[in-house]
Design a protein around this ligand. Structure first.
Ligand code: UDP
Ligand code: MG
Length: 139
């Protein structure tokens, strides 16, 4: 059976733009329950490590700069088919291509400053959750 948990971050633009409440409402109204949550700020080292898979991409330095520019909210979410359903809820990486009523269509500023992160596989959901939370912080 599929792992029913995924990992998300509300990225710095969501906090800056005052969208925390609206985005968390969309997440819980879509049937996800919160299993871990923290308000924190990534160090440069953490952001580089979290996005290491993109280290050769032209947007990497800008991505690290943006993700460390202010606080984020990190969370673990639970629901049937969590990874796939959360990717559907957040929409395309580029908000101009995201389906109407997705989080990114409503709240992302651009392909870079795109409001939220969502894990892309069960394996990455587990790795990313463990990157941000110790076992005593997960419920
Ligand atoms: N990103 C960017 N430019 C791009 C592609 C990605 O700035 O052309 C940023 C964007 O913030 C994105 C993150 O890098 O969310 C990770 O990229 P990925 O392709 O994994 O997109 P996601 O899984 O977040 O939809
Ligand atoms: Mg991704």
């Amino acid at each position: 059976m599929a792992n029913n948990r995924t990992f998300t971050m509300l990225k710095p633009d969501s906090i800056e733009n005052g969208n925390i409440g609206n985005i968390i409402s969309m997440i819980t109204e879509a049937g996800f329950s919160i299993k871990a949550m923290k308000f924190t700020r990534l160090s440069e080292q953490q952001a580089k490590e979290f996005y290491a898979v993109h280290s050769e991409r032209p947007f990497y330095n800008e991505l690290v700069e943006y993700m460390t520019s202010g606080p984020i909210i990190a969370a673990i979410l639970e629901k049937n088919n969590a990874v796939e359903d959360f990717r559907t809820l957040i929409g395309n990486t580029d908000p101009s291509l995201a389906e109407k009523n997705t989080i990114r269509a409503k709240y992302a500023e651009s392909k870079g400053r795109n409001a939220v992160h969502g894990s892309d596989s069960d394996e990455n959901a587990r790795i990313e959750s463990e990157f941000h939370f110790s076992s005593s912080e997960i419920f």
